[in-house]
Design a binder for this molecule. Structure first.
Ligand SMILES: Cc1cc2nc3c(=O)[nH]c(=O)nc-3n(C[C@H](O)[C@H](O)[C@H](O)COP(=O)(O)OP(=O)(O)OC[C@H]3O[C@@H](n4cnc5c(N)ncnc54)[C@H](O)[C@@H]3O)c2cc1C
Length: 452
């Protein structure tokens, strides 16, 4: 990425980013290359103490950063990955130091790259430090965005009204040349459009009814054996999954999930471990059973994946864009949300290189391209689960069989395993799974009989 090229963008003035999650932090960094000032507004008070915060309750659950996501963060903040590792994040060789069981098959352990494993608050705190070090960016926490400010005809957003959370009388108006909604999937950008007299974007939802339960443990160094993570994915016959990964400073997280109420993981500590014991085995699991928990069991409900089609809107006001989960929230079990948030910021950076004229439309088109494959991939995997309504049973069964066959092939064939890993970690196109050799291996492993 050529920074000098981005500096030729014609924008200047003040950009305000609402929400200091991963999407907001990355967007602020992209904007700092062309705006004189960037203000990052966050509703929470940012303690930076490594604990999950109120506005990001998912922070208590496993947050894998894909190889692609780490590469984009490294482009925005050169040296970031090394600094994280120096601070204690686990640096792990994928696929050879992780045990991944997808659709019932243990993927062949071929080395295909390096991944960084850390808790979401750890990662976010360090990303925020990197953003704070950018001279043009100011972080304003403890402020909630409550309304957009627009020109008389509402054709342009020119700022935002803020308030101290819980103190409605404490409003302050902030002028801006660009307002970025990075307020997460419950963000207000779509409702703001409607309030300004525009259509709301069409929404695509896929009901998955996934629930998570997670707990962190301290595992003595070396006690878990040579591997640094264990992932057991859900299958149509057993819609439950588990992720157990080493994170920073010998902390490990055990996250359990299930599709549909009967398979939601329990939060009572004994039942939580019994649920896990049905899925896990091996040295990592044995180490965890003996380990000391350092948190309570946290729960999180995820009702549906969500995509908002801003790129299809005919009319948009200037000066307002949405990004991150506010545009697309993927089923978290595929671990791609932070990566697509970073990819959208990279798309924003590209668009800003051509100035700010017609920015919302150009950005939404470009973001839609970045989102197409991750959305397709995660919703296809979801549709193979009979617990996910809305898919013809015959199609769901066909998808289930084809995933199962590919994973069986990936158990013995390093090329197939690498293609699966690269697709999941968004480092290469899933088209590699359609290579003749991979297809032939898949067909040789096609399951006979029903899934069960
Ligand atoms: C259980 C779970 C597990 C996940 N696991 C993974 C994983 O393994 N890997 C991965 O890549 N992704 C994972 N994700 C997804 C990931 O958390 C998000 O996709 C990613 O963080 C991008 O989110 P965001 O920044 O758009 O929104 P958020 O992270 O939701 O951040 C939004 C921010 O906006 C702030 N805010 C909200 N309203 C206002 C307001 N009115 N004014 C000011 N500020 C406001 C919030 O306080 C918050 O800080 C997981 C998600 C869940 C739910």
């Amino acid at each position: 990425m050529n920074l000098a090229r981005h500096r030729t963008g014609t924008a200047a003035g003040h950009a305000v980013v609402l929400g200091a999650g991963i999407a907001g932090l990355c967007a602020a960094r992209a904007l700092s290359e062309v705006f004189d000032r960037v203000t990052l507004v966050e509703r929470d008070t940012l303690a930076g103490d490594g604990a999950p915060r109120r506005g990001v309750p998912q922070g208590a659950h496993v947050h894998s950063l894909t190889v692609r996501g780490a590469a984009v963060l490294e482009e925005f903040f050169p040296g970031f990955v090394d600094r994280l590792a120096a601070d204690g994040a686990a640096v792990v060789t994928a696929l050879s130091e992780v045990e991944i069981v997808f659709f019932g098959s243990l993927l062949h352990k071929v080395p295909v790259g390096t991944v960084l494993q850390a808790g979401r608050p750890f990662l976010e705190d360090r990303l925020r430090e990197a953003v704070r070090a950018v001279p043009r960016i100011t972080v304003l926490d403890g402020r909630e965005a409550i309304a957009p400010l627009a020109t008389t005809g509402n054709d342009r957003v020119v700022g935002v009204r803020l308030a101290r959370p819980g103190l409605p009388g404490s409003t302050e108006d902030v002028d801006a040349d660009l307002v970025v909604d990075a307020m997460g999937r419950a963000g207000r950008g779509a409702a703001w459009l409607e309030a300004l007299g525009y259509r709301k974007p069409a929404e695509q939802r896929l009901r998955v009814d996934v629930a998570y339960a997670s707990r962190r443990y301290l595992v003595p160094p070396g006690a878990a054996g040579p591997d640094h993570a264990l992932l057991v994915g859900a299958t149509p016959a057993r819609p439950r999954g588990l992720v157990l990964t080493r994170q920073e400073n010998d902390l490990w997280v055990l996250s359990l999930y299930g599709f549909g109420r009967p398979d939601h993981p329990p939060t009572e500590p004994g039942e939580f471990l019994r649920f896990a014991a049905e899925l896990a085995s091996g040295p990592i699991w044995e180490a965890l059973r003996r380990a000391e928990p350092v948190t309570d069991v946290a729960a999180f409900g995820y009702p549906h994946s969500l995509r908002r089609h801003y790129h299809r809107l005919r009319r948009l006001p200037d000066g307002l864009i949405s990004t991150g989960d506010a545009i697309c929230s993927l089923n978290p079990i595929y671990g791609a949300g932070m990566t697509v948030a970073a990819l959208q910021a990279a798309a924003l950076r590209e668009c800003l290189a051509d100035g700010t004229r017609d920015l919302p439309r150009r950005f939404y088109r470009s973001a839609a391209k970045a989102l197409r494959l991750p959305w397709l991939f995660s919703t296809l995997a979801d549709r193979s689960m009979p617990q996910v309504p809305g898919t013809r049973p015959a199609f769901a069964a066909l998808l289930g069989k084809s995933f199962r066959a590919t994973m069986r092939a990936a158990a013995t064939d390093p090329e197939v395993a690498a293609a699966v890993w690269n697709a999941v970690s968004l480092t290469a196109s899933p088209a590699a799974l359609a290579r003749p050799r991979v297809v032939a291996a898949t067909l040789r492993n096609w399951p006979r009989g029903s899934e069960r």
